[in-house]
Design a protein around this ligand. Structure first.
Ligand SMILES: Nc1nc2c(c(=O)[nH]1)N[C@H]1C(S)=C(S)[C@@H](COP(=O)(O)OP(=O)(O)OC[C@H]3O[C@@H](n4cnc5c(=O)[nH]c(N)nc54)[C@H](O)[C@@H]3O)O[C@H]1N2
Ligand SMILES: Nc1nc2c(c(=O)[nH]1)N[C@H]1C(S)=C(S)[C@@H](COP(=O)(O)OP(=O)(O)OC[C@H]3O[C@@H](n4cnc5c(=O)[nH]c(N)nc54)[C@H](O)[C@@H]3O)O[C@H]1N2
Ligand code: SF4
Ligand SMILES: [Mo]
Length: 708
């Protein structure tokens, strides 16, 4: 898993600089081996990038397996069988682009421009290739895309407190005395966090605390494992702050200067004692006391807060509550202390050209990514009173697999009157619904610009090899469609390199030549800014312990979910899908180590390492249901039912089950993937899906009921 770069060329093989394009906070700086035949060989982490530090995950280290996979799409295809089948016939690029232009134009002619919905996500995080589709959206007045599937509860919860999406330099983890890894399975999802945490342990004897809902590979590394019930992080955070106030460990001088509503918080927390939190979280009073004592005694306590805890209906409240702890303890003042969730707020790259923001018409509706099921089924509320969606142009995402409410998503895509074009690397579940499929380049086959959520670099990923077959980049496809659709914008006539150069210059970040020579730019704000010692991001310069949830600085077309019922102060907000007698288990659909969402779930090594779709269940729960290791289990709730294979595992609370995902839908009985069970009701206050917050019922499937 760990690889170190020896710079320079090996005979017949060149090591070339690149960037991992995947949807991962680590955005690793890479060295890619380019072989004599123009294929890629081994991929390693760049040793001279101070965050990547020579380490990448196993999935990307064996990228050649994905890039040169026999199932990779190499030519445009027209569907000749029913939707969902694999019957496609190769066609020319001209025919494919003409047919897509016809499909979009017909929808626009009959139902208006807003009946076309360009739909994309973060299959590549390259700014040109990911976001360029918005330029076409804005130039044509198509329905705008409200991105919600991943970050909304987390970012809004964090910014409700800090006022800015930035935190203490993540490399300071290596200089911390207590690293609290909260709600992220970093070993699997962003391995570089572990590089720095382990360094702190080795070099300073730092303690590592991990807060999660099952014993992940990350928790295996912890000195202090804290295994709580899903959706109860707010209660743990409150009890920790209660103890800090109770034991004189709250930094009152710091609170006085940097926080708002500290007295209201202290008074409110009087009843949020460890016994109260123990009953909610399932932790013992002793565990909570021990954790709080460590936090209180350690100035250099670094809270690395992930996304997992936010994928619950109370996720934003929980995120804010956790981010409040280092404010109460005053850890923010110290190197190696404070909090970090994402640095997305530090870059301020000007996106006007990439996204065609100069053509954005705010009057055009925004459709919610996570509610694609309801939208394609014509739900008038989510259509904002506008026309139905008649045509989809999809890049970089696989909603038939990853979106919640899968049954509705499937019904929507099955509509005969819906035109679908999908630009992809593989014939994914979504591509199989398409009228026209286009083959896409991978990151080593096009130029792009990257910024990282998990660190502080702007990076260039240059084109290193020629695309195989007839693959074309997202940018080329959008530009070619723009020409056929009479969409006008200077960006369509520019190359990716020209767009990158313009974007860097306009953003005050040098130019393309400079970035290419440097490979990456470290744009970490200075210590005082990153630690908010000059004030937090809100206008009053303070951390808001009692946030105004209606005013969180997050771009959204409104407020969603029960946002008007959010607690004023950090608390346990009981809006989660709590277990009931009828649905007595809480299901978490955590990410699998060898997949990245649904990406990599077609590569043989990943499939082999993950095995089939499974359900982690506590042995005592299994015993009461007469479920044995390897049994087939039906997991169901009112949204649908999924079959999984039982894996008995004692690193869970009773009543909690975990399905590590996302396996292909087709790997499950009846093609019913895990998101059959997840809900699309928006998380307060700015939307998003509660992927880890599901009540379910379990039933063992008798052996004779399983078809041979
Ligand atoms: N291998 C791999 N890497 C990935 C991904 C992947 O699918 N696989 N996905 C990528 C993407 S898109 C993203 S956004 C990031 C996300 O990466 P993370 O920030 O790690 O977030 P999650 O993957 O949602 O969940 C992380 C952990 O949160 C735990 N969790 C679930 N509910 C709760 C809760 O209520 N409280 C607490 N404390 N913990 C809880 C889960 O058990 C899981 O171990 O990872 C990226 N990297
Ligand atoms: N049950 C459950 N569901 C989840 C989650 C969970 O934890 N549990 N996590 C959610 C999260 S955090 C997220 S972010 C979403 C992610 O959901 P998606 O954004 O759909 O992510 P992927 O499944 O990785 O699919 C990305 C697709 O983009 C394609 N792609 C990659 N690069 C390019 C390119 O350059 N051009 C084109 N045209 N295509 C490209 C890949 O081949 C891949 O099929 O899933 C969500 N769904
Ligand atoms: S850890 Fe994340 S950014 Fe780094 S190589 Fe793996 S997927 Fe890419
Ligand atoms: Mo994500």
């Amino acid at each position: 898993m760990t690889s170190h770069v020896s710079p320079g060329a090996v005979s017949g093989r060149a090591l070339r600089p690149s960037v991992c394009p995947h949807d991962c906070p680590s955005t690793c700086a890479l060295e890619v081996e380019v072989l004599e035949d123009g294929r890629i060989g081994r991929v390693r982490g760049a040793a001279d990038n101070s965050y990547t530090a020579g380490v990448i995950c196993a999935k990307v280290a064996r990228y050649a397996e994905r890039a040169h996979h026999p199932d990779r799409l190499l030519s445009p295809l027209r569907r000749t069988g029913p939707k969902g089948s694999t019957q496609f016939t190769p066609i020319s690029w001209d025919e494919a682009l003409d047919r897509i232009a016809q499909g979009l134009t017909a929808a626009e002619r009959d139902f208006g421009a807003q009946s076309v919905w360009p739909y994309f996500y973060a299959g590549t995080m390259g700014l040109v290739m990911r976001d360029g589709i918005n330029r076409l959206t804005h130039a044509k007045g198509y329905s705008r895309f409200f991105s919600s599937i991943c970050v909304n509860p987390a970012w809004s919860g964090y910014m409700a407190g800090t006022g800015r999406l930035a935190g203490a330099d993540p490399r300071e983890i290596g200089r911390s005395d207590l690293v609290v890894i909260w709600g992220t399975n970093a070993v699997a999802t962003q391995v570089n966090v572990m590089t720095h945490a382990i360094r702190a342990r080795k070099e300073r004897g730092a303690k590592i605390a991990v807060v999660d809902v099952y014993r992940t590979a990350t928790m295996e590394q912890a000195d202090l494992p804290l295994l709580l019930r899903p959706g109860t992080d707010g209660a743990l955070a409150c009890a920790v702050m209660h103890i800090l106030f109770r034991d004189g460990r709250a930094d009152r001088t710091y609170l006085e200067r940097y926080a708002r509503d500290a007295q209201a918080l202290e008074a409110h927390l009087k009843t949020r004692d460890p016994a109260w939190a123990a009953a909610i979280t399932g932790l013992s009073v002793e565990e909570i006391e021990a954790f709080a004592a460590l936090v209180g005694a350690t100035p250099r306590a670094y809270f690395r807060i992930g996304y997992g805890l936010s994928r619950s209906r109370n996720g934003a409240v929980n995120m804010h509550a956790i981010a409040s702890i280092p404010v109460v303890s005053g850890a923010w003042q110290h190197e190696g202390g404070g909090a970090f969730h994402s640095n997305t707020g530090i870059y301020r790259l000007k996106k006007t050209l990439i996204e065609g923001l100069d053509r954005l018409d705010p009057a055009v509706r925004q459709l919610d990514q996570s509610r694609i099921g309801a939208i394609l089924n014509g739900d008038p509320e989510v259509l904002s009173g506008g026309p139905p969606v008649k045509a989809l142009l999809i890049q970089n995402t696989n909603p038939m697999s990853v979106a919640p409410e899968q049954e509705r998503v499937k019904r929507g895509f099955a509509r005969d009157d819906l035109f679908v074009a999908v630009h992809e690397h593989f014939l994914t579940e979504t591509a199989r619904q398409a009228d026209i499929v286009l083959p896409a380049t991978m990151f080593t086959e096009h130029d792009d610009l990257y910024q990282s959520g998990g660190h502080q670099h702007i990076l260039l990923g240059p084109k290193l090899v020629e695309p195989p077959g007839e693959c074309r980049s997202n940018h080329d496809v959008i530009a070619a469609l723009a020409a056929r659709l009479d969409a006008e914008h200077p960006g369509f006539a520019m190359t990716p390199r020209e767009i990158i150069d313009w974007t860097l210059r306009e953003s005050g970040r040098g130019d393309l030549d400079g970035l290419e020579a440097a490979r990456f730019l470290d744009v970490q704000p200075d210590f005082e800014t990153a630690h908010y010692l000059k004030g937090f991001g809100h206008r009053d310069g303070r951390f808001h312990l009692k946030p105004d949830w209606t005013k969180v600085p997050f771009p959204a077309p409104g407020r969603f979910g029960p946002y008007d019922q959010m607690p004023e102060l950090p608390d346990h907000w009981a809006v989660i899908e709590e277990a009931t007698p009828e649905h007595p288990f809480r299901l978490v659909t955590a990410p699998a180590r060898n997949f990245l969402n649904s990406t990599f779930n077609q590569t043989p090594t990943s499939q082999k390492r993950e095995g089939g779709p499974s359900l982690l269940i506590h042995p005592e729960d299994a015993a009461t249901l007469e479920i044995a290791q390897g049994d087939r289990v039906e997991v169901s709730n009112p949204r649908g039912c999924v079959e999984l294979e039982a894996r008995l595992f004692d690193g869970l609370r009773r009543g909690v089950v975990v399905a590590e995902q996302i396996h292909p839908n087709g790997a499950h009985a009846g093609g019913r993937g895990i998101n059959t069970l997840t809900g699309a009701d928006p998380v307060a206050p700015v939307g998003g899906a509660a992927f880890h917050d599901n009540r379910v019922r379990l039933r063992k499937i008798a052996a004779e009921a399983i078809p041979a």
